[in-house]
Structure formats: structure tokens, C-alpha cells
Design a binder for this molecule. Structure first.
Ligand code: NDP
Length: 449
């Protein structure tokens, strides 16, 4: 194991996030490798950490002043052992190979956990949609697709949204794909409802995360009713996490964006959430405006000199990090525990640093890794693909009930795998092992490819 980590660090020394994601999996699957000498003999870990294909391309576009702009586009086709590559596109200035490889690697296990036939991939660009006009975003998306279209397809690779890529961007990307290929096919998920999208897809990641948390609490004979919850982010995942928390009787009290956090002691209600949706999805404003609209809420701007995030220091029962990677460090985890938090469910991908997870486990808190807790999004993307293939449109109740069943099964499979390999109650171990076994068995069946 040590050897593998040394090799990937030597090969790509600057890919810190990728090392972190691989390190977390490698540390937990040792008992499986010990029980299956054929995995080691077949160099299965070495194969898993090497993407099947990495595509990097130039994305030139004209801004509103007529000035050329150049961004870098990526698609990581990580693993197709159990289905076509599937995973979101992220548009954010921080996007680089390390971040996309970590996300693609996580996606492989997450997709396996959904029990749907989905391989793993991820992509995006170092483009920042913030502050850009709709016309600029459209020109960027069109140029991005002019290259990406060669590499994707309904049976090859089916991207979706992620940070900075929502319904608007998926629309522009799909339009250009359709024009280039002259075909109307389910090549992207997260499409709008009236042209091939699935009901519940926008809600799926957040709702799924809350369903998963409810399953975890049930193991301790508890429910979300009356629980005070910290939620970070204010984008797609955060909004629908808050929506489902409210529906299940919990009291969400925080939200954030990259500029700062709000704390609303009175609780974020359905009416306040509607304000946030308009603010973020239509007006594309900053979360600070929440505190102007609801003056009892306190806004705290990000202070780069601060080594911890004040959002995690409020007293609460549960925490749902839904913004980005590594947003809970050791100090934050200590604050969470001191503030009474006994459940952390990751809506975002890898938001909790490894040492912070140790702090939570040591305190006896329930911890759900993103690859299990936020798998609802890709699961409903998989259901969108099924509906597109069948030319059918399932009703809301049907999709939501399938989502609920999938989240229950992921919980059950994680619990069973953790128990089987000697780590009862450890969802990190359970998720990694359950996803790992499914993927590597498929890889072995298909020979050395
Ligand atoms: P959105 O773009 O809709 O929202 C992202 C939110 O996180 C925004 O509030 C954004 O603030 C904040 N944010 C992003 N980067 C940073 C940063 N570096 N520091 C502080 N805040 C930041 O994205 P999603 O809600 O779709 O995604 C959130 C997380 O969930 C990501 O980790 C993503 O990979 C994961 N995820 C998403 C799925 C989906 O279906 N959408 C599925 C599974 C996981 P600001 O506007 O200021 O940038």
C-alpha cells in the first residue's frame, strides 16, 4: 500500500487532492486485499488509480467586449468497468488535473454504490461563471462542447452538472452537442424537464443526503425531527439539503458561499429558502443579502487569516458540508464536536480532511462520506438515462421513491461491508469496500484492459 502511494506521489507530485482521495481508499481496503490475494496479483490498485483516458483541451471564447479569452477544458474518463463514464462537469477557477482526478476517482466508487450500471468520470474547466453575462456563459459552453462532443455519447460518457454547472449551462452544452451530432440523445443529465430531464434530478443530491442521514440516525433510534443542522454552501446541494431537512422537521441554521456565512438562529424556513433560491439561481447574488432580508441573521465574511470556519463553531446536532472539498479541517471538527454535533453527512465531495474525520470518529460521531451520502444525484442521473433510453417520463413520486430505496440500499450495503471487514459503524470503510469490490470484480472479469 505504502508502495502505491509513493508511486502515485512520485508520478504526479503536485496532485495533492488526488493523493488524498486515493490515500483514503487505500487505507481502508487493506483487509479486502488480504482476503483476496488475486487482487494484489492482478495489480488491481495500480490499475484503479490510472485513469483510462485524460483529455485536456483549449477552450477559446469571446467576451462581451470582443476580447478573446482562453480557458483549459478537461475530461477524465476514469473507469468504465461497470458502465459508461458518468460524472459532473465543474466550472470553477480552481479546476485542475488534481481536483478532477480526485473527483473522478471518488465517482467510480460512488457510482458503484448506487447499484446502477455507471462507470466513473469527471470534467470541467478553469472558467469562472461568476460575474459573466448569460451570453458569455453560452459562448464558453458552446466552445467547450465543440471539443468535448468527440469524446462523449449516451453509451460512452454522460456528463452532468457540478459546481458552476447548473440547468443554464447544461442547456447551452446540450444545444451545441445536438447541433454538432444532429441527434437528440441522453448525452447529458440534469437537463430541463421539458426536453428530456428527470423530475427530482435537481433535488436528488440534497434529498438523498438527508435520507442517508435519517438512516444513520435510525441506527441510534433517533430522527431528524427537532435537530439543529449546520449546512454549508448555498448552491444546488445545499438548497435541497435544507429543503428536505425542513420537510423532516429539522432546523437548518446556516448557509454560506465563498464570500461568507450566515447564521440564522431562528431557523431557515421554507419562505427564507425560497428567497435563497431566487437569490442564487436567478439573481446570482451573494449570501450576504440573506442577512439584509432577514436582519435577525448574522453574516460573517470569510477571513483568510482565520484557520477555521466560523460556520462549524455554532452549537448544533448535525452538520451537512455542501460546498466544496476540504472545508472541514481538524480545528473545525473539534468545534463541531464541542458544539454538540454527532452526525456529519457529506453533501459535497471530500469536504472533510482525513484528520478531521479521525476527530469525528474518536468522538463517536456518525460520519457519512460523500461517495455514499451524496450518491443520490448521480443515482437520479442514472434514472434520467433510463427514462431517456425508454423515451419515458416517470412521475415525481416514482423517481423519489426509487431515490429513497437507493439511499436505503447504499446505507445497508455500507453497514454490511463495514461489519464484514471488522469496522462496524464505520461508513467510510463500508463505502470504500462495497464500491471497491463491485468495481474490481468487474475489472477482473473483463481481463487486462
Ligand atoms: P453549486 O455551484 O450549485 O454551489 C456550490 C456552492 O459552494 C456555492 O455556494 C459556492 O459559493 C460554494 N463554494 C464553491 N467553491 C467554494 C470554495 N472554494 N470555498 C467556499 N465556498 C465554495 O455546486 P453544487 O451544489 O452542485 O456542488 C456542491 C458540492 O456538492 C461539490 O463538492 C460537488 O462536487 C458536490 N456534488 C454535487 C452534486 C450535484 O448533483 N450537483 C452531486 C454530488 C456531489 P460561490 O457561489 O461563492 O462560489
Amino acid at each position: 500500500m505504502q508502495n502505491i502511494m509513493e508511486k502515485i506521489k512520485a508520478k504526479d507530485p503536485d496532485q495533492r487532492e488526488f493523493h488524498q482521495a486515493v490515500g483514503e481508499v487505500v487505507a481502508t481496503v487493506k483487509p479486502v486485499l488480504d482476503a483476496h490475494p488475486e487482487y494484489r496479483f492482478q495489480k488491481i490498485l495500480e490499475r484503479l488509480v490510472e485513469p483510462e483516458r485524460v483529455i485536456i483541451f483549449r477552450v477559446p471564447w469571446l467576451d462581451d467586449r470582443g476580447e478573446p479569452q482562453i480557458n483549459r477544458g478537461f475530461r477524465i474518463q476514469m473507469n468504465s468497468a461497470i458502465g459508461p463514464y458518468k460524472g459532473g462537469l465543474r466550472f470553477h477557477p480552481s479546476v485542475n488535473l488534481s481536483i478532477l482526478k480526485f473527483l473522478a476517482f471518488e465517482q467510480v466508487f460512488k457510482n458503484a454504490l448506487t447499484s446502477l450500471p455507471l462507470g466513473g468520470g469527471k470534467g470541467g474547466a478553469d472558467f469562472d461563471p461568476k460575474g459573466k453575462s448569460d451570453a458569455e456563459v453560452m459562448r464558453f459552453c458552446q466552445s467547450f462542447m465543440v471539443e468535448l462532443f468527440r469524446h462523449i455519447g449516451a453509451d460512452t460518457d454522460v456528463p452532468a452538472g457540478d459546481i458552476g454547472v447548473g440547468a443554464r449551462e447544461i442547456g447551452f452544452l446540450f444545444g451545441m452537442y445536438k447541433r454538432l451530432r444532429n441527434e437528440f440523445t441522453g448525452v447529458l443529465t440534469g437537463k430541463s424537464l421539458n426536453w428530456g430531464g428527470s423530475l427530482i434530478r435537481p433535488e436528488a443530491t440534497g434529498y438523498g443526503c438527508v435520507y442517508f442521514a435519517a438512516e444513520m440516525l435510525a441506527t441510534r433510534n433517533q430522527t431528524l425531527q427537532g435537530k439543529t443542522c449546520l449546512v454549508s454552501g448555498s448552491g444546488n446541494v445545499a438548497q435541497f439539503t435544507v429543503e428536505k431537512l425542513i420537510a423532516l422537521g429539522a432546523k437548518p441554521v446556516t448557509l454560506s458561499d465563498s464570500s461568507g456565512t450566515i447564521y440564522d438562529d431562528a431557523g431557515i424556513t421554507a419562505e427564507k429558502l425560497a428567497f435563497v433560491k431566487t437569490l442564487k439561481n436567478i439573481r446570482r447574488g451573494r449570501i450576504q443579502e440573506y442577512a439584509q432580508a432577514y436582519p435577525q441573521a448574522v453574516y460573517t465574511p470569510v477571513d483568510p487569516a482565520h484557520l477555521s470556519n466560523p460556520l462549524w463553531a455554532h452549537p448544533a446536532d448535525c452538520a451537512f458540508p455542501c460546498a466544496t472539498q476540504n472545508e472541514i479541517n481538524v480545528q473545525d471538527a473539534r468545534h463541531l464536536v464541542a458544539g454538540g454535533v454527532r452526525l456529519v453527512a457529506e453533501g459535497a465531495n471530500m469536504p472533510t480532511a482525513p484528520e478531521a474525520i479521525d476527530v469525528l470518529h474518536d468522538a463517536g460521531a456518525l460520519f457519512a462520506p460523500g461517495k455514499a451520502a451524496n450518491a443520490g444525484g448521480v443515482a437520479v442521473s442514472g434514472l434520467e438515462m433510463s427514462q431517456n433510453s425508454m423515451r419515458l417520463h416517470w412521475p415525481r413520486e416514482e423517481v423519489e421513491s426509487r431515490l429513497q430505496t437507493i439511499m436505503k440500499n447504499i446505507h445497508k450495503n455500507c453497514t454490511a461491508a463495514a461489519e464484514r471487514y471488522g469496522a462496524p459503524g464505520n461508513y467510510l470503510v463500508g463505502a470504500n469496500i462495497a464500491g471497491f469490490i463491485k468495481v474490481v470484480d468487474a475489472m477482473l472479469d473483463q481481463g487486462l484492459v
